[in-house]
Design a protein around this ligand. Structure first.
Ligand SMILES: C[S@@+](CC[C@H](N)C(=O)[O-])C[C@H]1O[C@@H](n2cnc3c(N)ncnc32)[C@H](O)[C@@H]1O
Length: 313
């Protein structure tokens, strides 16, 4: 006997096969082209899954195609039970689940960020106990460019099929580097052969997959021992690639004036130090950033003054 869930997934795959075959369907005098429609909606939902028919289909597709990458990313991270772990772009949550199984006996925590509200809702539903009862897992709707975690707090970061969609590699690198502790490791798994196939179909029209560019950005923004290795999944025999990136020592910030900085200012200062270290910062940029920090500080002081006045009333 087929369950309702199995039946609905069979029906959706038959409908989609039909859509792919029919090149154009006239409906009430309007010509509907199902295949380009299908490609467009898959491309959008791979970048940011939505709570829609195609969003749900894309999530199932990810579980089917990418679970082995998620499993191997977690394995290659060498997570220890006391580690703080972050997954970027968790999608249907397969990686979160593997990582949780490692830290559940220890003091470690799993953090997940994804820019999709639908992914967040799914994770909150699927990991209800881990999030709300055990408080071992924390999931956020957030962009990689603004990770809601403190500086130097994460031991392991992993992501699969996600960097393709980052709006600015520079901002993403800076932010990941900020949250990673000295001595931490980031793992990225991908299947280059499969990527080429889905790219040809148009599924990645909203992404940029070049792993070499990604690796050179990692190096430029302070990550060390950046390398790619070729691996085979022990269970399925599928080949895949893994990119390692480590954060060893961080630049010394002691030369900077000591102040009680807010998180935003800390991030900017860290950015100046990193970019200076790697010779990436033009003099003009540095002056602008410093001005920006000063302006922020002034605004903060004005806000504090205002609060004080209001409290006196
Ligand atoms: C193709 S899916 C991959 C999901 C899962 N990691 C996998 O391999 O099956 C990409 C995921 O990254 C998320 N994502 C895309 N851009 C992002 C960004 N800038 N910051 C955080 N998450 C992002 C999307 O919402 C989506 O869930």
């Amino acid at each position: 006997m087929l369950s309702i869930r199995d039946m609905s997934s069979k029906v959706s795959s038959i409908v989609l096969k039909g859509l792919k075959k029919a090149s154009s369907v006239p409906i009430l005098g309007v010509v509907f082209r199902p295949y380009p429609w299908y490609i467009e909606h898959m491309a959008r939902n791979l970048k940011k899954p939505t709570d829609s028919f195609m969003g749900k289909y894309a999530m199932k597709w990810m579980v089917q195609k990418n679970s082995f990458l998620e499993k191997n990313a977690v394995k290659l991270c060498n997570i220890e039970p006391n580690h703080t772990v972050l997954e970027i772009g968790f999608g249907p949550g397969v990686g979160l689940s593997h990582a949780y199984n490692i830290v559940k006996g220890g003091k470690g925590k799993i953090y997940g960020i994804d820019s999709s509200w639908f992914a967040l809702d799914m994770a909150e539903h699927n990991f209800h106990d881990q999030i709300f009862e055990e408080t071992k897992m924390f999931v956020f709707q957030a962009n990689v460019e603004s990770i809601p975690l403190n500086t130097n707090t994460v031991d392991r970061v992993f992501h699969c099929n996600c960097y393709y969609f980052w709006p600015s590699m520079r901002k993403a690198m800076r932010e990941i580097y900020r949250v990673m502790r000295p001595g931490s490791l980031m793992i990225t798994t991908l299947d280059i052969k499969h990527l080429e196939k889905v790219k040809r179909k148009g599924f990645l029209k909203y992404g940029y997959t070049d792993p070499m560019k990604y690796m050179s950005c990692l190096e430029n923004y302070g990550f060390e021992n950046v390398r790619m290795e070729y691996k085979t999944d022990a269970d399925t025999g599928q080949d895949f690639q893994v990119i390692f990136a480590e954060v060893l020592e961080k630049p010394d910030l002691s030369s900077l004036p000591e102040e009680e900085d807010d998180e935003e200012t800390k991030k900017l200062k860290m950015m100046i130090a990193i970019e200076k270290k790697y010779g990436l910062l033009a003099e003009e940029d540095e002056i602008n950033l410093k001005k920006f920090i000063e302006k922020q500080r002034e605004e903060q002081l004005q806000a504090e003054e205002y609060d004080k006045k209001m409290n006196k009333r």
